[in-house]
Structure formats: C-alpha cells, structure tokens
Ligand binder design. Sequence first.
Ligand SMILES: Cc1ncc(COP(=O)(O)O)c(C=O)c1O
Length: 458
Amino acid sequence: MSEQVKYLLDESKLPRAWYNVNADMPVPPAPVLHPGTMEPVTPDFLSVLFPMALIAQEVSAERYIEIPEPVRDIYRLWRPTPFYRARGLEKALDTPAHIYYKYEGVSPVGSHKPNTAVAQAYYNKISGTEALTTETGAGQWGSALAMACSFFDMALEVYMVKVSYEQKPYRRIMMESFGAEVFASPTERTEYGRALRAEHPDSPGSLGIAISEAVEAAATSGGRKKYSLGSVLNHVLLHQTVIGEETLLQLEMAGEYPDIVVGCTGGGSNFGGIAFSFLRENLLNGKQTRLIAAEPAASPSLTRGRYTFDYGDTARMAPVVKMHTLGHTFVPPGIHAGGLRYHGMSPQISALVDAGYIEARAVRQLQTFRDGLTFLRSEGIIPAPESTHAIAVAMDEARVCRESGEKKVIVFNLSGHGHFDMTAYDAYLKGRLQDYAYPQEEIEAAMRDLPQVAMAAD
Ligand SMILES: Cc1ncc(COP(=O)(O)O)c(C=O)c1O
C-alpha cells in the first residue's frame, strides 16, 4: 500500500440508514421507569418530553432506520467525515501497530454532536414542536443543537452549567449567534432552579441540575416545547451510528479491518456511534474486534459505578433507567473534559459492558493531556479534552504492540477539536492540572440515594 494518509468518501457514499443495535442486542433491554411511580413508562409520559418519532426509535427493533432526506441534506455540509491513518503518531510511538482515527471535529461546531442534533430538530419540527429546551456543560452539545434549530427555524432555550457559562463565554456566544437563548443554571426561570438557589445561592450548577431545569421547562410548557438530550438515550446513539457506517467503508478503502476500536464515553454517544457497527460485525459476521470505552478516572461510571436503576437527573424528574451510575447526587470534580462529567451512562452500553461485549477503561487527566499533546505534535489537530481519553487508550494499545511486536490495527474516534478548550491546555502546560480519582467513600455515599426499585435485582 502507498503512504496514503486520508481516506475520503464521496458524498454519494453518505449512509442512507442508521444502524439500530436494538435489533441485535444479545441481552434484553431493561424497562424504562416513571420517576414517580417506578412503573414502566408509557409513551404518553414520554410524549410530554419527546416527539413520537423519537419515542418510536427509542424502542424500535428494526435493524436499519432510514435517514430522512432533509437530515442527509444537512449532513452533507460536513459528512462523510475524513478517516486518517495516523502515520505521524505511529512514528512518534515507534509502534508496528497501524493507528487510524475518524475525525468528527470537521462538523461546523466542532464535534460529533450535530449528527443527532440535526435529526432531533428535524423530527421535532415535523411534529409541530415550537421550541426545544436542553442543557449543556462546556457547550459542544448546546452549540450543535443551536445550529440544528437555526436550520429548522425553531427556538431553543439552553440551560448552561453556571460555572461553564462564566468561564467559557465563547461557546455561549456561538449559541447566541445561532439565535439560541442561553441561561446560567441554576436559574430563576424554573421552580427547581429557584428552590436550589434559595438554599445554595452560590451553586456552580451541574449537568444533572441543568437537565432538571430543561426537563421542567419543557414539561410545563403545555406541549409547545419539547426537551432534547445530547447523549445516553437509544435514539441519540442510533443517530451517531452514521460514524461507524462510514468508518467501515473507509477501512475497506484502506484494505484493513480493526483489532481494536476505541471511543471516549460521557453518556456513550460517540463511542456507540463508532462501535456499534463493529459490534454488529462481531455478532453477525464472526469478526472479533475488541471495543474499548475510555472514561475519566474522575468520573468512572463504567469502571466503578454500579449497574442498577437510577434517575437521569438530580431533581428526579427524568425517567429512571438501568445503567452504570455513580448516583444521581454525584458531584462532578472540576476536570477539564466537561462532556465526560455525567453520573450515568447509556443503558445500551451499560448492558453490553455488563455482559462482556464491550470493555471499559478509566484514564487519568494528566495522561490524557500528555498523550493529547503527543497526538497534536504528530498529527496537527488539537483534540477536545474529551477525545484525548480515546487517544490515550489507543496509544496505550499501540505501546503494547511496540513491546509485543504485533501489527494490530487500532481505530479510534476523534470526537471533536479543542479550539475552545485552550485554557485547559494552558493549565496543563503551566503545571496547574492534577490527577484525581473519584473517592470510593463518595461513590458509596451516593449509592444510598438510589431509587428503590423492586425489580432492580442486580
Ligand atoms: C467532543 C466531545 N466528545 C465526547 C463527548 C462525550 O459525550 P458522548 O459520550 O455522548 O459522546 C462530548 C460531550 O459533550 C464532547 O463534546
């Protein structure tokens, strides 16, 4: 093979369908429960928050779901995304491994998040929703949905975790430029926000709190507004599978097939997006790719959380699902990978990790920045702090190959660029960052607040 670096697909190769892993799940799904009654939810309850088309996708068992043409039209602005052979990184590591990465940072807002934002805005628009509400941490998800809503001419309210609102103004300004309204959460706009501020006037906010506010704003709007979530749910992971479907075609162009596929996990959407297509090949076509989810040691839901039923938000308004969780009262430490600071995890990925189909690994913050800089200096792209977790695990596997002499093929998802995260790199370069592993006592304390669910025998 030549020294080819980029594998580019023509627009005509843009996938026509998302892959629905529900069709091939080797373990049955656990029911989704109502946060008040702990009984399985009805579509009626969910329809307060989501349009019917997305609820149907959440539970669909069809293997392929057609991507609507208006969504494909918008995908074409940046998709298919490029697939790279990381020749510079291979040289820097002196490894016989072949390292490849799929680059989702070429989307207009800089990450994989628009793959689902555009789809969710579309289904809401055609079902008559007037406005969407959502939360955002560091702002990648909020800016993706702000772009999608501007394309479909819908209003958007974003509840942005207060500490990020104050420290990261550029993402807020990007959302506002697209026409979204952005509020520092906790706000005075919701009952939950007001109660919380009365008790803790200086609360810096959290993703769990912002989710509660966005859910309340939609649930009390008399049907005019719906809620949109950027990760965790089945339909979100479904929309992200466009990544894995393209990657399979690009590997074919390179004449290779991966031994290992890696993605970072906050709520699981970019990892599911790249990994599920390879899981399908493992389950149906006898392939044996190892699938590795990379998470922060500071927010280790898959490696140290419990696989049980828990609320999706802090105020206990969101549905209760079975997942790996650190407890909905989890207070995230101030690590710089803002998009990975969530207490729970996708129920699909949780079930697959529990049953041994997916591996999970926790990485410490200093390693992620060190390896992220090695990647930058050999490949030229500043990775998002979230994506550096995938880089670190891929590099560890390539180092193993250096020791063993094996020529494994390693693929990872570079979920976004870090152009708005330079203060984090500055802190690392100035020696101000520290490693932090979440304390066991805190995990055990949070487990005491889990909901009591009769069927949560785990
Ligand atoms: C660049 C990037 N990668 C990864 C994530 C983690 O989310 P998920 O696990 O849903 O892919 C985020 C979340 O905000 C993100 O912005």
